[in-house]
Design a protein. Structure first.
Length: 151
């Protein structure tokens, strides 16, 4: 089963009311064990999709972020980083979107144009701790130059 950290949309004014990382409990425990053995290990977080209610497809699989949801998605990503920090696991690197040029319907994905990525990054960067680096274009190398130049 596929899931996000906010499968249920909250009420207007608090769209992320139901945000949680409960599905990550086992991952968090393993990450803590790893950090206990090797404290300097770096953590990279890569979203594969915004919650379905933020997308034009209405699904975790395929589609793009709805117009006007850049700030909500930025807050969603910030909430994720904060939740992991609360668990004692700082996120060292955060990508905006896994494979932003991919919009397959067989597993979670979300197309993200350079224009949308830029908007999300502008909204997100001030919300992140200074210890979290923001990365763009988490994708294959074939179109990297043109995508990054567009940012």
């Amino acid at each position: 089963d596929f899931f996000s950290c906010a499968d249920k949309k909250g009420p207007d004014g608090n769209l992320l009311k139901y945000f949680n990382i409960d599905h990550d409990a086992e991952v968090i425990e393993v990450a803590k064990e790893i950090k206990a053995v090797k404290p300097n290990v770096k953590i990279l977080a890569t979203p594969w999709s915004a919650p379905a209610w933020m997308k034009d497809s209405g699904s975790l699989c395929g589609g793009s972020l709805k117009d006007g949801y850049e700030d909500v998605f930025a807050q969603y990503l910030s909430n994720f980083v904060s939740a992991y920090e609360y668990e004692g696991l700082g996120i060292d690197y955060l990508t905006l979107q896994n494979e932003p040029q991919n919009s397959t319907t067989s597993y979670p994905s979300m197309k993200m144009t350079p224009t949308i990525a830029s908007k999300v990054a502008v909204d997100l960067k001030p919300l992140l701790p200074t210890t979290t680096s923001l990365l763009a274009y988490d994708h294959n190398c074939d179109n990297a130059v043109s995508y990054v130049e567009s940012l």
